[in-house]
Design a protein around this ligand. Sequence first.
Ligand code: MTE
Length: 301
Amino acid sequence: MLIRRGGDIPASQITPESVYLNRRAFVAAAGGVALGALLPPRLRALAGPDDLKPTPYETITTYNNYYEFGTSKESPAKLAGRLKTSPWTVEVAGAAKRTGRYSYEDLVRPFTMQVRIYRHRCVEGWSMVVPWMGFSLGDLIRRLEPTSKAKFVQFTTLDDPAQMPGQRSDILPWPYVEGLRLDEAMHPLTILATGLYGKPLPNQNGAPLRLVVPWKYGFKGGKAIVRITFMETQPMTTWNMAVPSEYGFYANVNPEVDHPRWSQARERPVGEFFKRDTLMFNGYADQVASLYTGMNLRTNY
Ligand code: MTE
């Protein structure tokens, strides 16, 4: 018996991978209109500036960073399968009116799932194009009614060494935590993802709920979120705690600011031979640069 979860969509509406991969076919399947034209005008710009040909499903789901399941790229796909993602509860805490514990289904029910094809740039120098499925984090935040004290949002992810073998080592402080300024969290590009390629999110990619902020390095995208906390002060974030000289709070993709140990000017799309230039804010500068007006992006890395 198939139990439909809040974020699932009927099988009849799931776009097969081959259709995503073949832009022509995708256009045909969409009745002769380009993907952008299907989106409401406000979201049309969100498809992104460059040609976003999705990376194959097999690559996106077998080349992962998820230290709770080991430090190699292959281990999350091998070890995360046993993680129990249903039932799942998300706690909303801190400076908001509607704090409390929500089932995953109740949390996502009000939202229509959207496809967002985003370039995903890891701080290590690789990138992929992922056809995420998810909903606007800003829409959720508005429903949770943050108070005037809320200036930041922290995302806490699952802490369960019984299910997450990587947490038996102290390679990172657990649980993995991430954070955004409230205006970054409310930006229409920021989503909570529940799926990719029209299918529920595989465990190794952060099921059942993970953050996606396309103009920031991939490590901002916390997987397996269990708590959302509205805060007055800037929250701690895992990589900043672990190696503060290398990873800051902002983590905006910036080809002009090198990592202390390597250049960030170029990136290798996973599975491809040639590197490509990394774009300012990962190609989303038109939409997000104004969030950082007047800030020094070298010191706020
Ligand atoms: N979330 C958790 N809970 N644990 C992690 O180790 N790794 C981050 C991020 N989210 C990580 C995490 C890093 S470094 C990256 S690059 C992305 O997840 C990778 O996402 P992907 O495996 O879906 O490509």
